[in-house]
Write a protein that binds this ligand. Structure first.
Ligand code: HEC
Length: 115
């Protein structure tokens, strides 16, 4: 009986931990972009260069195609936001660390400025 109880507690703990992870993934650090000044040049572009351009470089036809400059990234911004927030992208090695997800999310939500 004691074993059954312990098993139940462990299962519940694992379930709660996983549920929290998912919540954390969909809303990185809450949904709060207050005080986050996400810069295209300093934050977003370096992340995309490091984590995406292997598959979305020049000549790519994967999904939105190449993501190499401001216009290409801006035009795909809504899809990029969904893909990184859900962890669908990067396709290999994902999801991104929550700090990077937050930067991309906050940059898109602030209107994709070329800053
Ligand atoms: C290992 C290769 C690889 C990496 C790395 C990668 N992608 Fe992709 N991506 C793909 C492929 C292949 C597709 C098209 C097939 C699919 O949607 O699964 C795609 C599709 C997409 C789509 C379209 C999804 C949709 O809703 O149709 C977006 C947006 C995207 N990628 C953004 C990104 C971003 C942003 C990164 C970096 C954080 C990234 N990808 C990293 C291979 C990659």
């Amino acid at each position: 009986m004691k074993k059954v109880f312990i098993t139940l507690v462990v299962c519940l703990a694992v379930f709660v931990a996983c549920t929290n992870d998912k919540e954390e993934l969909l809303n990185p650090s809450g949904n709060d972009c207050t005080g986050v000044n996400a810069s295209f040049a300093n934050d977003v572009l370096p992340i995309i260069q490091a984590k995406c351009q292997g598959c979305h470089g020049a000549g790519s036809t994967n999904g939105p195609g190449q993501l190499t400059n401001y216009n290409e990234i801006k035009n795909a911004a809504a899809k990029i936001r969904t893909a990184v927030v859900t962890g669908y992208m990067p396709k290999v090695g994902g999801p991104l660390p929550s700090s990077e997800i937050k930067m991309i999310k906050c940059w898109v939500d602030s209107g994709t400025p070329n800053n």
